[in-house]
Design a protein around this ligand. Sequence first.
Ligand SMILES: NC(=O)c1ccc[n+]([C@@H]2O[C@H](COP(=O)([O-])OP(=O)(O)OC[C@H]3O[C@@H](n4cnc5c(N)ncnc54)[C@H](OP(=O)(O)O)[C@@H]3O)[C@@H](O)[C@H]2O)c1
Length: 297
Amino acid sequence: MTDETTGFPSTGTLRIGFIGAGRLGKTLAWGLVRAGLDVCAVASGSAASAHALAQPIAGCQVLDAQAVVDGCDLVFVTTPDSAITPTTQVLRWRPGMASVHCSGVTEVSALSGAVRDGAWVGGFHPMQTFGDPAVALACLPGSTITLEAAQPLMTTLELLTQRLGCRSNLLPPGMRGRYHAAAGYTSQFINALFGEATVIWRSWGATDEDALKALLPMAQGTLAAIASAGIAGGMPGPVSRGDVSSVEKHVAALSQLGEGTLGFYRQMCASTVPLAIERGSINAATAQRFLSVLASK
Ligand SMILES: NC(=O)c1ccc[n+]([C@@H]2O[C@H](COP(=O)([O-])OP(=O)(O)OC[C@H]3O[C@@H](n4cnc5c(N)ncnc54)[C@H](OP(=O)(O)O)[C@@H]3O)[C@@H](O)[C@H]2O)c1
């Protein structure tokens, strides 16, 4: 059945397939099924991955990629980014169906094989971390999904986003590079921050496990403060209190651990100074004192 307003199969009858049964593919497929949608076919590089995606879904078949395209109205291409174009180029698509990838940084035009054959193409990038699919599935509701498509596919992708309990975000053309770089700040760069902090913990003999147990609840508290009071308003730490002498002690202590550790601290700490000004807790003169301490040898 075709939706009268979109010209695309209505979400109630939409046959959804996946090519690529990795971390994101599994999570998204299971999320769509949980939302009452019909995920009916999957192909992947290995049969084992495809079966792992299909196993919890009643009626989902493991097929080859061409059979997935032939049997579905909407195919999510959830291979690694570098495989999107070569995988989709060799398939025969058809007008009236859609091919959608989930990359944040790869342009939608990478689905050039589908464009060539007259299918609709789109981007559907969930701003979430997909590691363990079971964990990621629990985190999916409330996430933002960045959409890119022409009508009628856009309306369908917006409906799927709503059904997943997510909010949609639209991106102007040409912005994927900077948009995806920014996503890294609250994704893998958090891992880098934990890594840097753990290096310091190791310096007095603590284990990585001790460090993680101590740092994780604090990070969760920081996220809760940001959620309730905003990026500047929810910022803790000595800079937010105008406490220059504590930062002096940090610089002196970290100088014993090498320029790499100290340099990272200098840059991170300097980035909190404009936030403290925005928060209204330090003035320009105090900000300058912090920056001088951070620049000192
Ligand atoms: N992970 C994240 O946090 C995240 C977040 C947002 C967006 N994304 C995007 O989601 C997409 C998938 O990423 P991922 O992290 O899920 O990758 P992944 O875990 O490495 O999974 C990729 C899957 O694609 C399969 N595959 C590789 N080449 C294939 C081919 N030619 N044909 C069919 N299947 C093929 C692999 O097969 P086998 O396992 O069968 O060998 C694997 O299961 C990427 O575009 C990525 O940018 C990922």
